[in-house]
Write a protein that binds this ligand. Structure first.
Ligand SMILES: Cc1ncc(COP(=O)(O)O)c(C=O)c1O
Length: 391
């Protein structure tokens, strides 16, 4: 009776049945291993934690954050230096960067800052489930753009009907991609800029996995000529520095869109705790080697899992980026049914592909963000208990 109509659009949680089963199993003392969530268990690098502790003691930082609309200038400068060093992208900290509490916030504020009620917004399917609710909250209508294995899970831009492109206001994309593990090529990004320019579509390029690339180029959307004219890139310290719980990220690029996001943000909250921003500066300035080490760790985990699953005859195309494996389910199951089977037989939780959109059906997602010990235990359970399944 008190709930606004807009919440009616949010679909029921697809994981609900599984979540109940997980709770029941845990209550019975069964040791459940979740490979369903992309939340690194590996700790944040020590220098970052130390900087937080040090700056948290300074009463100056106990007050509202300075420069609150856009984030601390020193943080924005660190973002600009990181983008220049890692991706060759020049950014003006004064007009092209706003600090966020993660790229998820950026997805939301982008919608409120760019999308008008009734607007069509393109979103890849399968895709990150956070996009659609943000679009609905802004009054927009998400329009799924299928991404398929035969096209390396990249959208085929020329297949988007012109009547849809014409009315589209914005396009949400994310490469390295959650959930498929696909990466974008420079040529694809060039085509994307051309396509969006020609149809006047604003790009929300969500890039929190920018550092996790095994095959292909580590790419920023903004490194492509003309990108700043059509869009912004969201990024985050969550995945690159094991900082998911800290809530810090950034939106960069087109000054008009950055300003729109900053306007929504400054009228929603009062900025990020300064001590977290100081810690973020240490991450961006001093932790490149940590990011590179994590990449090697994910690579090893990915190889271990792929090799093990081959013993079941389960052949999974290796993910080119991110810490997710996108695996086709065996014949005779849909993705939710197969997740339930794996849970019942192995007490291992996988994410059903259908949770990521209609075109995610037929797949399950593995996350490599568990400890080596958990991964080994999960592998051993899968190998022992899925022998009878015809992969
Ligand atoms: C594609 C994508 N975008 C955004 C997010 C949210 O990340 P953050 O922690 O930066 O808000 C995630 C988290 O899993 C994600 O996979």
């Amino acid at each position: 009776m008190f709930t606004a109509d807009r919440l009616g659009k949010i679909p029921p949680y697809l994981f609900m049945t599984l979540r109940n089963k997980i709770s029941e199993a845990k209550a019975k003392g069964i040791k459940v291993i979740s490979l369903a969530i992309g939340d690194p268990v590996d700790p944040t690098p020590e220098p970052i934690v130390e900087e937080l502790c040090k700056t948290a003691h300074d009463p100056e930082n106990h007050r509202y954050p300075t420069d609150e609309e856009w984030g601390m200038k020193a943080f924005r400068t660190a973002v600009a230096n990181w983008y220049s060093r890692r991706y060759g992208v020049p950014l003006d900290p004064n007009s092209e960067i706003v600090a966020l509490i993660g790229s998820k916030e950026g997805c939301h504020h982008f919608a409120l800052g760019v999308v008008n009620p009734g607007d069509t917004v393109l979103v890849t399917d399968p895709g990150y489930p956070g996009y659609k609710p943000s679009i609905w909250f802004a009054g927009g209508e998400p329009e799924p753009v299928p991404v398929k294995e035969e096209n390396n899970f990249l959208p085929v831009l020329e297949d988007i009907p012109s009547e849809i492109a014409k009315k589209a206001r914005a396009f949400y994309l994310n490469y390295p991609n959650n959930p498929t593990g696909a990466v974008a090529t420079r040529q694809f990004l060039r085509n994307l800029v051309e396509f969006c320019k020609s149809w006047d579509i604003a790009v929300c390029y969500d890039n929190p996995y920018s550092e996790i690339v095994f095959e292909g180029e580590k790419l920023s959307f903004l490194s492509v000529e003309g990108a700043k004219e059509v869009g912004v890139e969201l990024n985050s310290l969550s995945k690159s520095f094991n900082m998911t719980g800290w809530r810090i990220g950034m939106a960069c690029g087109n000054p008009e869109i950055v300003k729109a996001i900053a306007t929504v943000k400054s009228n929603t909250d009062s900025g990020i705790f300064n001590a977290i921003q100081y810690a973020g500066i240490v991450a961006l300035n001093n932790c490149d080697s940590f990011t590179d080490q994590m990449l090697e760790i994910y690579k090893k985990r990915r190889e271990k899992l792929l090799k093990a699953l081959e013993l079941l005859n389960w052949r999974i195309p290796p993910n080119k980026g991110t810490f997710y494996l996108w695996a086709p389910v065996p014949k005779g199951f849909n993705s939710a049914e197969f997740c339930e089977l794996v849970f019942e037989k192995c007490a291992v939780v996988l994410a059903p592909g259908s949770a990521y959109g209609k075109f995610g059906e037929g797949y399950v997602r593995f996350s490599l963000t568990v400890t080596e010990q958990q991964l080994e235990e999960a592998i051993s359970r899968l190998l022992s208990n899925l022998k009878g399944v015809a992969f």
